[in-house]
Design a protein around this ligand. Sequence first.
Ligand code: DI6
Ligand code: FE
Length: 411
Amino acid sequence: MTGSWDSVWRQADIATMAATGEDGFGAIHNGAIAIKNGRIAWIGPAAELPKDGIGPHTAMHDLNGGWITPGLIDCHTHLVYGGNRAHEFELRLNGASYEEIARAGGGIRSTVTATRAASEDELIRQGEKRLRALLAEGVTTIEIKSGYGLDLDNELKCLRVARRLGEQHPVRVRTTLLAAHALPPEYAADADGYIDLVCDRIIPAAAQAGLADAVDAFCEGIGFTPEQTRRVFEAARRHNLPVKLHAEQLSNLGGAALAAAFGALSADHLEYLDEAGVQAMAKAGTVAVLLPGAFYMLRETQLPPIDLLRRHGVAMAVSTDCNPGTSPVTSLLLMLSMACTLFRLTPAEALAGMTRQAARALGLQGEAGTLEVGKTADFVVWDIDRPAALAYQVGLNPMRQVVFAGRPLPR
Ligand code: DI6
Ligand code: FE
């Protein structure tokens, strides 16, 4: 033992989410967590806590019940954007489909107009309202995509906003460049020309500025073809950036298998994924990111192939997809509930989906997502009597305390 611990948290049950033990939560009953330099230095049953780690300056936190989970990870969001699309929500409820609205120039493109018009400070102000809502439910790591700028300056602007949000709030931000999200109006008849711009200018500039941690694309009839997606992935590879993909959301173009062929961190949505795609993902270790908020908002009826994913051992993550069109959602706890009710995940699978598996979807599995020695001390104390209660009670926020990188946050 080199010096004493900075703090100890004890008298609570802990869902480490580490071992896939029998209960799926890796539970430690009446546990303790010791922190040194922002990392977990010891974790286990409180009765076994080594006494020699406790010194005169160790802050002792006695929790008197409740459960501790890893800080939640929202691994797929489009949190930075201008305006909103409540009007389209209304149109859809009056009978228009998402695809019809997109083809008529609405949809993503209307958000592009509002995002381009907004300054960085305005985007911060709008984004931080959504971010605060997520943090209030225990999110300590979030992925934020660009994808509403769709030109060099505006894509970089959105990535800078995402980075700044991470500097100004107690949250770890991973940024993803999603320039291949939709066709900007100035390239309306020239998708390949736009992909040239993405590959030759936007990806290199984002990589050089250190603004992107990964690259994503929307492979879909209303997005980009597999061939165009492949070009985006090749450009990402040239710049040593890992890839992810919006795949098989509205139709099956084989996007997930393509992503897997590039060793993608994740393939996301996946309602129309087939068994060949599942097998390719299993082989590559690509995480399936499930987005029940978009499924719900689009009143989708085709379920992602959960049983196939399970059977082939593909890791399943769960996220908000926070975006103005198909998932204006800023509650990860609601997604936990919906992953159970709509997708029939067990509470343990769903919670793993926003902790251990979400960390994998971001390439952060060595750092976050589980409570284990050496990992960053990001965790949440909840006023619940079993972890399933997080998915069961809708609209009641049982969060008591967040610890981020070892620091207790004010509530
Ligand atoms: N799939 C989605 O669900 C979001 N983007 C995507 O590629 C929707 C984005 C939007 O409608 O603004
Ligand atoms: Fe998305």
